[in-house]
Design a protein around this ligand. Structure first.
Ligand code: GLU
Length: 470
């Protein structure tokens, strides 16, 4: 059974780059009928916050990245880590190190001065004397002294590190709390991880972790290190490039599957296909086709992908995601048509749900004034005759359907011997308040007969006043 995990540290917002590794792990497990775990790596008590944990959980839930196990909190597993540290002591593979920060600094300076790579010199590794008093020691792992560590990375290819390059890793801090490189290994072992898919900022930790797996008698999982996401200036994507928190994309009106579609393509390809449904992502995703060099985040492309998903998403799904935006604009959804129907006619005109919500307002809320430009152009005295006739015919309609409304517009234009636009445009401004809307007959149907009649009367009053003012 394939088992993967996403293991964020809750020290900030859920970063879009993190979401991409989460997605790759999730897809890889789904594709193979495996299991996906969410693990919260919160052992850094100073930097971890509950707010950040909540942002991770909310982000995962909004994205629909469901997990078979978790969330598992590392802070709930301290007893287990202690147990494994004890096992390492029992095997003679761990030791207390009493070197003070000052001594370590001095060591580093001396090594640098001698042109050597700074590393812990192992002075307490085989220490058998009386330990210095008044110092809370750290616990270090006895890294093998020679031989190579070979990583057959599924994205990066083979990476070989000689053990001479690695010093003895700190596995517990002076206060006894275990460190990241240790807990991650114990967890991935206990949770039966077969594949560790994570950002390549962790690649330099991997050889040390492999040595730890071997020391505790665990099977070493396969690794896939995913290159970073860069901003348009080529530096690592960060806040100064714009939104990096996944929840910010939610607020900006992106559909979760569009964001995931964009992220899956960022560093992975399947022929030249750009738009993927979730099912297609699961079906086609493969670690072999993940690019080994970094990718650049491109908001314009994300927006285009969002537009494509808005065009094809099931109407109910669109409505589910749209409703909070519409509500934020002060619309009472009980005072108008089904939101899914409104979403359906607006879907071809919106790049984001924020835009779509803007376009949905007049279906729910009455307006007090017409948009000045549109009114000036289309609600002029010359339109009075068309609006009066169309009002009369619309009032008489017994079946309020787009087709019947269309026929009314047609009949009015014919009767007055004018083009359809001479009737349609004033009608549009009258019932929507502005000059932009989807097809006017379908729009009118959804706005409803009473509202349309009321708004047409308001438009005629507007024209009346305009005549008086002339
Ligand atoms: N907790 C680590 C981080 O947030 C990830 C560890 C891992 O995936 O192995 O960067």
């Amino acid at each position: 059974m394939i088992r993967t995990r996403f293991a964020p540290s809750p020290t900030g917002y859920l970063h879009i780059g993190g979401v991409r590794t989460a997605l790759y792990s999730w897809l890889y497990a789904k594709k193979q009928g495996g299991e996906f775990t969410l693990r919260i790596e919160d052992t850094d008590l100073e930097r971890s916050t509950e707010e950040s944990v909540n942002a991770i959980l909310e982000g995962m839930s909004w994205l629909g990245l469901d997990y078979d196990h978790g969330p598992i909190y590392q802070t709930h597993r301290f007893e287990r880590y202690k147990e494994v540290i004890q096992q390492l002591f029992d095997k003679g593979l761990a030791y207390y190190c009493y070197a003070t920060p000052e001594e370590l600094d001095a060591m580093r300076e001396a090594q640098k001065a001698a042109g050597e790579k700074p590393r812990y010199d192992g002075s307490y590794r085989d220490f058998s004397g009386e330990p210095p008093t008044g110092i809370d020691p750290v616990i270090r792992f006895k890294n093998p002294l020679d031989g190579d560590v070979v990583i057959d990375d599924l994205v990066k290819g083979q990476v070989i590190i000689n053990n001479k390059e690695l010093d003895d890793l700190i596995i517990a801090r002076p206060d006894g709390t275990p460190t990241y490189n240790f807990t991650v290994v114990v967890d991935d072992w206990d949770m039966g991880m077969t594949h560790v898919i994570r950002g390549d900022d962790h690649l330099n930790n991997t050889p040390r972790q492999i040595n730890l797996y071997k020391a505790i008698g665990a099977e070493v999982p396969k690794f896939a290190h995913i290159p970073m996401v860069l901003g348009e200036d080529g530096s690592r994507l960060s806040k100064r490039h714009g939104a990096v928190s996944v929840l910010q994309y939610k607020e900006e009106g992106f559909l979760p599957e569009a964001l995931l579609n964009y992220l899956v393509r960022l560093g992975w390809s399947y022929g030249d296909q750009e738009v993927f449904s979730m099912d297609e992502m699961v079906k086609y995703f493969d670690l072999n086709s993940v690019n080994s060099s970094p990718s650049t985040f491109d908001t314009a492309k994300l927006t285009w992908i969002n537009e494509q998903h808005i065009k094809t998403a099931p109407a109910e799904h669109l409505a589910t995601h749209l409703s909070s935006f519409v509500a934020q604009l002060g619309c009472d959804l009980s005072q108008g048509p089904e939101l899914s129907e409104v979403a359906n006619i607006l879907r071809d005109r919106a790049k984001t749900l924020v835009e779509m919500a803007q376009g949905a307002i007049y279906f729910y809320n009455d307006f007090e004034a017409f948009e000045a430009g549109a009114a000036k152009k289309h609600l002029r005295p010359a339109a009075e005759e068309a609006l009066t006739l169309v009002l009369e015919k619309l009032e008489a309609l017994s079946e309020w359907k787009a087709e019947a409304i269309h026929n009314v517009i047609n009949a009015t234009a014919e009767a007055l011997e004018v083009g359809m636009g001479k009737v349609g445009m004033p009608l549009r401004v009258a019932i929507t308040g502005g000059g932009q809307s989807p097809a006017i007959d379908a729009t009118a149907e959804l706005i409803g007969q009473d509202r349309c009649i009321k708004r047409l009367k308001m438009a005629l009053e507007f024209i009346e006043k305009r005549k008086e003012a002339q």
